[in-house]
Design a protein around this ligand. Structure first.
Ligand code: ZN
Length: 128
């Protein structure tokens, strides 16, 4: 039996699930949340809830958005003939910060191994 109250322990466990956050860091973050006043803590919780309930993938580029189609894909001032394929939504943010790229994006949400795709397609075509 631990010496932390069960809700504190659950909060530590949730923070520890985040990449790059170990048990020590998770404990520090949990105590930081406990030091917030109630309204600040609820605002923090609502931000997490809102992110999960209101954000989904754009139907065109797969980037995160609140809309069915994101502002970049729906913009008429972007060059839709130039598509930048990126690994994750953070890459879109990085490109957009440069204000240099005027095309659109396709977000993979992870890397793809072209060799695996080629091998799969090769076997698939032999089976047809
Ligand atoms: Zn989009």
């Amino acid at each position: 039996m631990g010496y932390n109250a069960a809700p504190l322990e659950r909060l530590i466990e949730q923070f520890a699930k985040l990449p790059g956050i170990g048990r020590k860091g998770a404990t520090r973050l949990a105590y930081q949340v406990l030091s917030m006043d109630r309204e600040e803590a609820m605002e923090f919780a609502r931000a997490i809830e809102d992110a999960h309930t209101k954000i989904h993938r754009c139907k065109v580029c797969q980037n995160f958005t609140e809309d069915e189609i994101c502002p970049i894909c729906s913009s008429e001032s972007r060059d839709h003939s130039v598509i930048c394929v990126v690994e994750n939504p953070r890459d879109v943010t990085a490109f957009e910060r440069t204000r240099e790229f005027r095309g659109v994006y396709h977000v993979l949400h992870g890397l793809i191994c072209l060799w695996t795709v080629l091998v799969r397609n090769s076997f698939a075509s032999k089976n047809c």
